[in-house]
Write a protein that binds this ligand. Structure first.
Ligand code: BG6
Ligand code: MG
Length: 222
């Protein structure tokens, strides 16, 4: 993959643009306690980037509770998690964008790159509003419009389509292993933010959002 071909960037939201991954984690942890699934580091990391109902299934399965709830009860559990999450994100302000990300978005825009959001979260438009970053993106891919959630490539392919670009012309930015897998499966350039252990499949990787600049991306690709 050639960086010179890249014309657009598709961004994950939670854990990339804002520190909202911790709010999802907090709300899922509470739900795990409620259904008596032991909370582990592995479960916490595995849930990142995964959509609402798939996350619920992962938590139930991790505790061996997958056959204990009706579909109706599962929807009620997921709704209670989402209610808690929405209470937590209400506190967000523009100051909660992760270090360097507002500057990086501005740098990309100034350099002529096209930007869309490819978050699995149905709350993404609301979170962008709290952060006052709605206008930074040309569009937000609706996660309910794609058949398969991350790690499947669907949402990143939909992002390329939204931009009228080929996958090889798009870079994706992610903090989760499931998200990096989705970008790679879409045939796009994967930029991971997180530990080498969690994001070993990322083509480019940074420990922190504050390190993400065009220059640093190009440096790693050379
Ligand atoms: C992803 C988060 O962005 O969205 C996950 O990384 C979360 O942790 C998922 O579960 C679904 O979000 P929502 O807001 O639609 O329940
Ligand atoms: Mg994320």
């Amino acid at each position: 993959m050639n960086f010179a071909d890249i014309r657009g960037f598709a961004f994950d939201l939670d854990g990339v643009i804002a520190d909202t991954a911790r709010f999802h984690t907090q709300a899922w942890h509470q739900l795990a306690d409620q259904v008596k699934t032991p909370w582990t580091q592995e479960l916490e990391e595995g849930l990142k980037g995964v959509g609402r109902m798939d996350s619920l299934e992962m938590i139930l399965r991790a505790g061996g509770h997958q056959d204990e709830y009706s579909q109706e009860e599962k929807v009620a559990l997921a709704t209670s998690k989402n209610d808690r999450y929405q209470e937590l994100v209400k506190t967000l302000t523009p100051a909660d964008a992760l270090p360097g990300m507002v500057d990086f978005l501005a740098e990309l825009k100034a350099a002529g790159y096209r930007l869309v959001l490819a978050s699995a979260s149905k709350n993404a438009p609301t979170v962008l509003k709290y952060l006052q970053l709605t206008a930074a993106f040309e569009g937000v891919v609706d996660p309910s419009s794609v058949a398969n959630g991350k790690p499947a490539p669907d949402i990143y392919l939909a992002a390329a389509k939204m931009l009228n670009l080929a996958p090889e012309q798009v870079a994706g930015v992610e903090d989760a292993a499931a998200g990096v897998a989705a970008i790679n499966a879409a045939g796009e350039l994967s930029i991971g933010i997180g530990s080498a252990e969690d994001l070993r499949e990322a083509a480019v990787r940074f420990d922190s959002t504050s390190q993400v600049t065009l220059e640093n991306i190009k440096k790693q690709l050379n």
